[in-house]
Structures are given as C-alpha cells and as structure tokens.
Design a protein around this ligand. Structure first.
Ligand code: PLP
Length: 851
C-alpha cells in the first residue's frame, strides 16, 4: 500500500474491573523480583509477553480486550490473580523485616543517588554491575522498610542492545523508550501540575521534568531533560547512559547532582542522609552547600554540615577509572557556584584535587564532601584506602577513613523459582525472613542430594533451552546454515543436561581477562574435548562502544568459538542483559571469573551464581577474596602485583587449567549409581550455605544502615542543631588546627627501658609542642603489640597519655603508666593527632605526628 499516508492510532484495552489491579502490578517494580506476577502476565499471552520484552505496562496497553475478558472467566487464572494480589497487599502492608537495621528515627530519610539503576530488563536505565547493585539496594531497602528514596536519570535510550556478527564484531543498536510504556509516572504538585525544576548551565537554564517509579516501598525519582522547552542539545542530556563526550557527561552529572537535590527540595523531601553511589552524583553536595550559604552559613561551615550526613561509595579499583573533568570545564560550569558559595575558583577546584594530578576528580570531590566512605569488598576497601591515601596525608592507609561494605545481591531477584519452591518445602516459608542468618542456612545440608541435583538439572535444562533459542536467532540473522546451527547446538541438549558447563558473562573490559582461558589452546582442547567428559563453555557480555580493546576481546572469543575443534563447545551468546544473567548464573555448573588482581572491586555475578548452587572458580579478588572458604568452590591465587602481565596471565591460566583438569572435571563426572556426583552436590551445597546468608543485599543494606545511615543522620542533626552551631564550631576548630599543625612536634622525656618483669609498670613521659593548640585538642597515644614479623596497625592496643603540666620550655607534658599484660618482645609507638568530640572519624583531619 503506497497510495497514501499510514496513520497510526493506539487502541488501549479497557481492563475489566475484576482484573483492575493488573495496572497496579504493572506499575510497581515489585514484579521485577516477584516471578509469579511476571508469569501471570506471560500466561495471558506468551507471544505478546515476549514481544514487549517482558514489560507488564507495555503488555497491558497492547493485549486484546478479548483475552482479558476470557481470563476473567477462567477460574484458574482468577485464583492465581487473587493470590498474587493478596501477596502484593501483604508485602505493601505487612510488618517490617526483622533485619531492618533499627536505629532510625521517625523523620530519618536516606536519599540514594546513582547514575544507573537496574531492576529488570524491561526498564532499560542500566548498563551493568553498578546499576544492578543500585537496583538491588532499593529492592532490599524496600524489603527491610528502610526510609530510602532514590534519585537517577530517566534515559530515553538507556544502554545499547548488542548483536554480534559472524566476524565477532559487536553491533550496537539503541532504541527509544516510550515513557508511557515504562513503569514511571510524572511527579505532580498538589494542584495537579507536573513538577519541573531548572538547572543552570553556562548561558542557559535547562528545564528538568521529574518522574517517579515505585519499587515496593521505595520511590525512585528520575530526571528527564527531553522537553520541548529545552534546546535540542539540552534535550539530549538524558538521552543515553554512558554516551557522548565529556561535555555530555558533566552536564548529566550536574543534572543528577544539582538537579536531583533541587528536585527533592521542590517535592518537599528533606533527606537526613545523602548517599553518593559512585562519584557521578557528587555535585549534589555543592547544591546543598549553596542552599546553606544562602541561608547564612559560610563555605567552611556549609561543607562540614553537608559532609556530616553524606555517604560515599566508590566502585572503582583503578585511579584512571575515577571520573574526572578538566579544571577549565569546572570553571566554566561552576562559575555561578563560586559566586554563590562566596569562594574563589581555586577553592572550588581544590575540592576535586588529588595530589599529583591536575584534573578535577569526582572521587576527591565526593570524599571531601562526605564523612562516611567505603569500598565494596574487603580487598577493594584496602585498595581504595591506598588509592585515596593522599587525601589523609599523614595517616597510614590501613587506618584512614576509607571503610568497606561488601556488595550483596537481591536474593528474590536472582534466586531461581525452583529453589524458592524447594526451600518452601524443606525449610518453610520463613526462609525469606532468615536470609542473613548463616545458622539457618546450614539446613540446606538436610535437603536430599538427589533433589538438590535434580533442581540443578532443571535449571540447567531451562538455561540450555534459552541459549538454543538465542543462538538459533543469532545464527539466522547472521545467515548461518541449518547445518551450522546443528553443529553449534551439539552440546546443549536440554533433555539430557549432563555435560559440565562453564559460564563466563560480564562486561568485556580488558582487566576482566575474558580470554585468560584461551592462553594455551592445546591444553584447553585436551581438557574440554573428551569423549566421556566433555566440557561446554558459554560466554556473553557487552563491551562499551568506545572500548576498542574490549571489542577485540569479543572478536577473539568469537574466532576461537568458530574453530572447528571448539565449535559447539564454546558458545558466544549476544545481548547480555538481566534476563540472560539470571538464566546463566543459575543454569551453568561453574561460574568463572578471571580478573587481574586487585582490579575487580567486588563483582556480583559470582554471588548470584553461588546462591543458586553454581560453583565459583575465580581469581581470589573482589568479593571472592572473602567469600571463598576452601570448601565452597575453587580459587586461583593471583600472581604478585608487580609480575609482568604476560607472565602473570600465563601463571594464572595454568592454575585455571590445572584446577579444571584435576578437580572440576573429575568431581563433576564422578557419578554414583544414581547418576549424579555426591561430592559435587556437597560442594554446591557448601556454596549455597556459605554464600546465601552473607552475599545478599539485605545484609549489605543492613550494614549501610547500621554503620553509615543511622550515624550519619545523627551526626547531621548534631551539626545542624542551634542554627548549625556544631558545623560552625568544627569548621572554625579545623581551620585553627590546620594553621597550627605544622608546628606541632613531640619528644620523649623519659629514658626508654629495655627489659622489665611481668607485672612491673612502665612510665612514659613526653613533651608535645602544641603551637597554640590546647591539650584537649589532641590525643597523645601509645600503640603496643607483640612483635611479629608483619604487624598491622590494627593489631595494636591503644593507650592514651594524660596531660600533666606545662614545661618551662612551653611544651605540654603528657604521661602514661602502663603495665603490659603480654610477655615477650613488644613493639610500641607514640603519636599525637588532633581530636575534637564533634569529629566524625578520629582521623578525618589527615594529621598525625609520630615520635
Ligand atoms: C550481575 C550483573 C552484572 C555484574 O556482574 P559482575 O560480576 O560484577 O561483572 C553485569 N551485568 C548483568 C546483566 C548482571 O546481571
């Protein structure tokens, strides 16, 4: 039909009254972790459900009225519907989870800012690990009824969809989202008008519309600049996640940080804690400071007031991974801020300064503007403390304020339905409220082995069905023959899922070393190509469109997969997203991870695997560094950090091959008379029992609440009390200490003894030149511990000196009597550092003098 214009019109079904609440279900991301809700939609029309990308809201706008009407007549469907509605209602109104972190006061409110949020594949505003972690944080906060709201950007296109061609080239497609199809609504004023705020950018104002999404009990506010009021360039600011150049990035970060805090103010939300999840959102603190300065506080006081209740989480383990901008860009974009904050350009820029670098670093800004900081695993906490050590120049990294809270995953989202059904039967429904209790989870042991194995087989079989469908699609799009497809699918028999299957899926970034397994192809061939004990390897992942080496890696995997000897045994599956991730982590037997130590900040896909009884085989980096216990998987010990990279790859790949051939393959194929491997089941159970109670988001969010949110809320209130007198006091005190500190010194007055008998008392006597400070402005301290080869500062016992008078020289005398309760050779140190009861962290000044 070419004779005229094709007009389009959307005909929305009228949802029958008996199913009216489908609309409510479609507008609450509760569906992203409640599988029965998703199945309810899917059951109505599986074809349409697939076609709309498992998006309930889009589905409801397109499903034929007749199907809905028929469903109302179907007693089975209606029973299912009613039971889901009642589960939904009890989630909405039911009592708080017992792990709720406690300690919150009625008006406490945490605002969590992040550049991306990953809840479900139908809501494309995420790219990978960071977004999914943020999504899991919201979901767990909802489960725990934490007073949390979130702020992010509503991307028109989100991240790209990936296809991979015959040559292994990654092709990138972006699709515009129709916001009507997304589970979002405009935020409205009481009078019914839409909430809009303005953000200043150089020579213009950008109008920002505010949307909201409901994630159970949590509200996510999303900012959108794609409005007719804005210029075409400005409409594009919220177009793509991680697209565009540095200008686009700084404008996105300004919209998120500055716009986000304005939006909350406009809506009438007054958070008592502000969480910057990764540096992108750090400009938020400047906007908050501007507000305080406008109300009469000076810059230093405003900085203290803002930092006191701000939490910052870093997710990067390489300094180059930290977000940064040139100082010129900062000057251009923040001229107005300098004026409003009554500071010079240099003062502003110093907030983002890292010694030794000329750029404005968002991590530095976030740290300067927060008093609670953390990395995302134990190893990463240490690495971050070292990377950021210059921000607390005189403090040893192991004592500086960079803490860690290890990531976790949202169990209801990533635990396969078959497991939760089995838990319901064997553990009882209360497993859901015992998620963080290791004791409780030891009951997994009692699940009969053959049942455990059969769930694993079922999940593997489902995963293989999914992989076959994807590969068939991929093959036909790439014009592959039927014969080629048959060869590809030789080892993916869902009816007989008895081939050891390894999974590797994550972002293709070079440090993740997707090709480590291909270091020695001959060796790999000897392991995986075996008549009785074959091995199937499944790879998936996206590379950022600007990451050329990452895309080279995809090509390399593709080329090896196409070698005749590996064809069918190494599968590269395109379009890695949450759906494929859920399938893979639960369906493969072994989850591989091979990062370059210590660059994997945490990693979370291995946690998703572990809770599903999939066994991890990983380099001891990120979360696995603390998750591995010797019985719950296999560990590759990283080579020394200073080893040449190629040598290190060789060493570690060797370790991989040996582990595979000597442990993994024999253990898997060591079947008993019932057809499964009891030793394998034992390890898989160990994996589940040890990882599920610890690497879950409820534990993680509980730690944020207890260690950060509650104390930050109190600290913020303390500083703000009586017209910010606390903030003013600490700012003035710090300024004085900074001026005086250079002249502070310490010397010893007593003569150090060499040997005493147990029970005798030692007397220490030091003179401290305080250079104008008062004795109560400092702590003079002795640290003592047994002399081991490698002592760590944290192993020391601490003893405080007492002020005991002023010397003739003007120095202050401090003394200490100490009766050691240890014998043997002891080691001790004496030091002095500034101290004030209002400080949040004892070493936040970064100042210390050692004797
Ligand atoms: C969990 C997840 C990630 C993050 O996994 P890592 O192990 O941290 O790389 C990335 N993408 C998707 C789709 C995921 O589900």
């Amino acid at each position: 039909m070419s004779s005229g214009t094709a007009f389009t019109i959307a005909v929305n079904p009228k949802i029958p009254a008996r199913l009216a609440r489908l609309d409510e279900l479609a507008n609450d991301l509760w569906y992203s972790w409640d599988r029965s809700t998703r199945s309810l939609f899917s059951r109505l029309h599986p074809g349409l459900w697939g076609a709309v990308g498992h998006n309930p809201k889009a589905f409801l706008k397109r499903v034929d009225e007749s199907i809905l009407l028929k469903a109302t007549e179907d007693p089975v469907f209606m029973a299912n519907y009613n039971s889901i509605i009642s589960a939904y209602d009890s989630y909405q109104s039911g009592p708080a989870h017992p792990d709720s972190g406690g300690g919150f006061q009625p008006n406490d409110q945490v605002a969590y800012f992040c550049f991306e949020f990953g809840f479900h594949e139908s809501f494309p505003i995420y790219s990978g690990g960071l977004g999914i972690l943020a999504g899991d944080h919201c979901k767990a906060a909802s489960d725990l009824r934490l007073p949390l709201i979130c702020v992010g950007l509503l991307y028109r296109q989100g991240y790209f969809f990936q296809t991979i061609d015959n040559q292994g080239n990654q092709q990138v497609t972006y699709t515009d989202s129709d916001f009507e199809d997304l589970p979002v609504m405009p935020v409205l004023h009481e009078n019914g008008s839409e909430v809009r705020i303005e953000v200043d950018l150089p020579h213009r104002k950008v109008v920002v519309k505010v949307w909201r999404a409901k994630i159970g009990h949590v509200t996510l506010y999303l900012l959108d600049t794609d409005l007719p009021e804005n210029s075409l360039d400005d409409r594009d600011i919220t177009h793509q996640l991680y697209g565009g150049d540095r200008i686009m990035r700084i404008e996105q970060e300004i919209i998120l940080g500055v716009g986000g805090s304005r939006a909350l103010r406009e809506i009438g939300i007054a958070p008592t804690v502000w969480h910057i999840n990764e540096g992108h959102a750090a400009f938020m603190m400047l906007e908050r400071m501007r507000d305080l300065v406008q109300h009469g506080l000076d810059f230093a006081g405003a900085l203290e007031a803002v930092a006191a209740n701000t939490v910052f989480t870093t997710h990067t383990a390489v300094p180059a991974g930290h977000d940064y901008f040139s100082n010129d860009m900062i000057s251009t974009y923040f001229e107005g801020f300098c004026h409003d904050l009554k500071i010079t350009r240099e003062e502003l820029i110093s907030l983002g300064r890292v010694p030794g670098s000329n750029d404005f670093n968002m991590t530095a800004l976030a740290i300067h503007g927060s008093r609670f900081h953390n990395g995302v695993s134990k190893i990463h906490g240490n690495v971050s403390a070292r990377i950021c050590k210059d921000l607390w120049a005189q403090i040893e990294p192991e004592e500086n304020p960079m803490a860690y809270i290890t990531n976790g995953v949202h169990v209801p989202t990533f635990l396969a339905q078959e497991w939760s059904d089995l838990f319901d039967r064997y553990l009882g429904y209360e497993w859901r409220t015992n998620i963080t209790d290791p004791e409780y989870w030891s009951r997994i042991e009692a699940i009969p082995d053959h049942l455990f194995w059969s769930v694993r087989q079922t999940l593997k079989s489902q995963m293989l069905y999914g992989i076959r469908a994807r590969l068939a699609f991929q093959n036909s799009r790439n014009h592959g023959s039927e014969a080629h497809l048959d060869r590809l699918l030789r080892f993916t028999d869902p009816i007989n899922p008895n081939i050891l299957t390894l999974g590797f899926a994550r972002r293709f970034a070079t440090y993740k070393r997707a090709a480590l397994l291909f270091e020695d192809l001959d060796w790999l061939r000897r392991i995986v190509i075996h008549q009785e004990r074959p091995v199937l390897m499944i790879f998936a992942g996206k590379a950022h469109p600007a990451d050329v080496p990452g895309q080279d890696l995809i090509r390399r995997v593709s080329q090896i997969a196409q070698r005749p000897e590996f064809e069918g045994q190494l599968l590269l599956v395109e379009g890695y997203d949450l759906r494929l991730a859920r399938r893979l982590v639960a369906g493969v037997d072994v989850w591989l991870n091979s990062p370059v130590y210590p660059l994997e900040a945490s990693g979370t896909s291995g946690m998703k695997a572990g809770i599903n009884g999939t066994i991890n085989l990983s380099v001891l980096d990120g979360w696995w560094g603390e998750g591995y216990n010797g019985k719950n998987g296999w560990a590759i010990k990283p080579g020394p950090e200073n080893m040449a990279p190629s040598l290190r790859d060789k060493e570690e790949s060797r370790d991989f091959y040996e582990t595979l051939q000597d442990h993994v393959v024999p253990l898997y194929y060591n079947r008993d008379k019932f057809g499964y491997s009891p030793e394998w089941v034992k390890m898989a159970k160990n994996s589940m029992m040890s990882l599920l109670p610890r690497y879950n988001a409820a534990r993680m969010v509980g730690e944020y609440a207890k260690n950060f949110y509650v104390p930050a809320s109190r600290q913020g209130a303390l500083y703000a009390d009586k017209d910010f007198s606390g903030a003013k006091k600490i700012a003035a005190w710090k300024a004085f200490v900074r001026k005086s500190w250079r002249g502070v010194s310490i010397r010893r007055l007593d003569t150090p003894g060499k040997c005493i008998s147990f029970g005798e008392t030692l007397y220490f006597d030091v003179a401290v030149r305080l250079n104008g400070l008062q004795p109560e402005d400092v702590v003079v301290e002795l640290l003592i511990c047994r002399q081991f080869k490698k002592t760590k500062l944290c192993d020391f016992k601490h003893f405080k000196f007492e002020f005991s008078g002023i010397e003739e020289s003007g120095e202050h005398q401090f003394t200490l009597n100490l009766t050691p309760d240890l014998c043997g050779k002891l080691e001790y140190f004496i030091r002095v550092y500034p101290s004030h009861p209002l400080l949040t962290h004892p070493f936040e000044m970064g100042m210390m003098v050692w004797l």
